[in-house]
Design a binder for this molecule. Structure first.
Ligand SMILES: [Zn+2]
Ligand SMILES: [Zn+2]
Length: 278
């Protein structure tokens, strides 16, 4: 069996994560978020030899444009179900004719062969935002777990519990607090980003990562949704690596999911592969 995860883009200009699975009985692919243009998503899928109509679903974390931009268009054009909670679906359709979809209540699960998608509530200024776990049952009952937690303003017990045991954690590291405070954004926007329902700082992301690494042991982290203005990939990754090294003796990999192009990939048992970082 082969499980493969790839970041197609990550940040305020678009987010999408591709998860594929193959064995002798199944060939599955799904997206977590579709915040890029339809054309880019179709291209990136075809680069991976995946036809958009073969996607079994587009799982949406929330309705913001950088996560849901082409969900409706892709669903309508290629008959791909949109998988989301009811409030998010209402925002996506917003009076438009409905397309294929499945209601996944927050905290619920959706099965797709050996893959199970589970959502959990996160704090963010959207109608019903969620983090997403994808579980994959491999041979000998080994379960691989991928956790995707963007966007969120703060980490609570729900997030800590839901991400426990993840082999790959995709976690928002939106900004460096100093850079944000000293930067050009208006005060209102700074307050929104810094609020409990805004976006996660490098510092807050690393706090969860340290705890996770201690509990889980060896694992891979992808820093996601980095701000172009208030963060730098090198700053975020160096801070995370240095802090994890200081606070844990467990081995880990930290990479950055780049903003505007496909970047990091992950498969169980393999070190994350970096493509053209920085
Ligand atoms: Zn976002
Ligand atoms: Zn958002």
């Amino acid at each position: 069996m082969s499980l493969f995860v790839k970041s197609l883009a990550s940040g305020s200009s678009g987010n999408s994560l591709l998860v594929t699975y193959k064995d002798s009985s199944y060939s599955l692919a799904l997206l977590v978020d579709a915040g890029l243009s339809t054309r880019s998503i179709v291209k990136y899928l075809r680069d991976e030899k995946i036809e958009p109509s073969d996607l079994s679903g587009i799982v949406l974390t929330h309705e913001h444009y950088d996560h849901a931009k082409s969900a409706f268009a892709l669903s309508r054009k290629f008959d791909i179900p949109i998988i989301a909670n009811q409030k998010t679906l209402n925002r996506i359709y917003n009076g438009k004719e409905q397309t294929l979809h499945a209601v996944l209540p927050t905290g619920g699960q959706w099965d797709d062969g050996p893959l199970t998608v589970e959502t959990f509530s996160v704090r963010h200024d959207a109608v019903d935002p969620v983090g997403v776990n994808v579980y994959c049952k491999g041979p000998r009952s080994i379960v691989h777990k991928i956790s995707c937690v963007t966007d969120l303003g703060s980490i609570d017990d729900t997030v800590r519990k839901a991400t426990t045991g993840a082999d790959l954690m995709v976690i928002e590291a939106n900004h460096d607090v100093y850079r944000l405070n000293a930067g050009p954004y208006p005060d209102g926007l700074k307050s929104r980003i810094l609020s409990d329902h805004g976006h996660l700082s490098n510092e807050s992301a690393v706090e969860l990562m340290v705890q996770h690494l201690e509990q889980k042991g060896p694992c891979v982290f992808w820093l996601a949704h980095l701000s172009k203005v208030n963060n730098l990939p090198k700053l975020a990754v160096n801070y995370a690596r240095a802090t994890l090294r200081m606070q844990s003796t467990n081995p880990f990999t930290v990479d950055v999911a780049l903003r505007d192009k496909p970047s990091v990939t992950w498969s169980p048992g393999k070190t994350a592969l970096q493509l053209g970082l920085f």
